[in-house]
Design a protein around this ligand. Sequence first.
Ligand code: PFF
Length: 470
Amino acid sequence: MTERRESIHGSWSGRLAFVLAATGSAVGLGNIWKFPYIAGENGGGAFVLVYLACIAVIGIPIMMAEVMLGRRGRQSPINTMRSLAKEAGASPAWRWLGWAGVLAGFLILSYYSVIAGWALAYVFRAAAGTFTGATAEGIASIFEQLTGDPERLLAWHTLFMVMTMIVVARGVRGGLEQAVRWLVPALFVLLIMLDGYALASGAFDQGLEFLFTPDFSRISANGVLIAMGHAFFTLSLGMGAIMVYGSYLPERASIARSSITIALLDTLVALLAGMAIFPIVFANGLEPGSGAGLIFQTLPIAFGHMPGGALFGTLFFLLLVFAAWTSAISLIEPAVAWLVENKGMTRVCASVYAGIATWGFGLLSIFSFNAWADFKPLSFIPIFENYTIFKLLDYLTANIMLPLGGLFIALFSAWVMKRSDSVQELDMGDGAGYVVWHLLVCYVTPVAVLVVFLNVTGIVNFARLFGLGE
Ligand code: PFF
């Protein structure tokens, strides 16, 4: 049996703290801002079904694999991959998987923070009563004024990055754990309140029908890739965030139970958010496919007309900021852990460096909404015709980098790591549970990811083979 390693960064106080932290990472803008708008753009029900299937057969097994690798390696993803590869007698090149994750986290956080900045701005707008009685045009112009002004976006982005770096600098127990202990439960309470409003608002049935009645003619091969990419994005998989959280996990906690709990909670939040948002969209005659501004352009109309709307609106956007905050800290944690391990920096110093770099790169996304709104670098490729730098960054990270990261995590856990090591680390015996997991990471996940990639790139048109839409 191999000697157990210790993490130099400390550890969670227990399994519950880990589940809360990982749920905090998983539940974020992805559930509340992104899921509704991409479901809206890709036709609703069928998209939701593909997304749910991906969570079950790809997401949960990969989450278990990531937590397992993290807990065994007990270091930043780069060093974890290097140590585990050595332990298995494989090439040290596996550490590049860690590097790819650090890069993905950096790119994601650079735009994630800009959107979180919108949510921060909306907390203040809602509290000030700006939405009260406003028309749809009025709300649209509030959104355009915000996104059209790079200086304002920069101010909110800066504030959000500072908030993130403060928590990260405080470390595993003092910072991350304290923050999520309060924020995650608060978020559930607020969402359930919003669903209560949506239920009373008139178009609940229509909202549910849109979300849950699959119509496969409305989803394209690219839509399937977006649904799969979103399963990775929403569960924070494929880039080492969950791996690094796993490295702070105490010895005896069950990885399978934790992973299933996290995935269920995350899915619940996305569905609760969708069930709150679409009824409001339909009750007000709004457009479900209106893009990244969906919740910012639609919900304030509802908040502007409901009794107590200023209060509910403020709470809703606060919730969004909280959710984004607990995800942002996990996006940068792999980089910070590596700087501490390999460059001998203190956590504070590492957070400042990583934070400043990410903040600077965020300018590209800020300008995508105003000064460079017409700059579409890949417009010669049909699916990217209308993609600004922000949209390209989102597409590249969520739909390409995370699934590829996940694919290699699955390959490593299934084909490189010794079976006896994964049996020992997952700690659920060598029975049916382990065999199902092993089968999924050995074959199902890699094949599913490859099929979707090959299909989208047009190399093999599986969609046509199965008689689905283009
Ligand atoms: N899961 C987060 C969300 O849904 O908003 C985003 C995210 C966090 C993606 C951490 C990837 C990650 F590593």
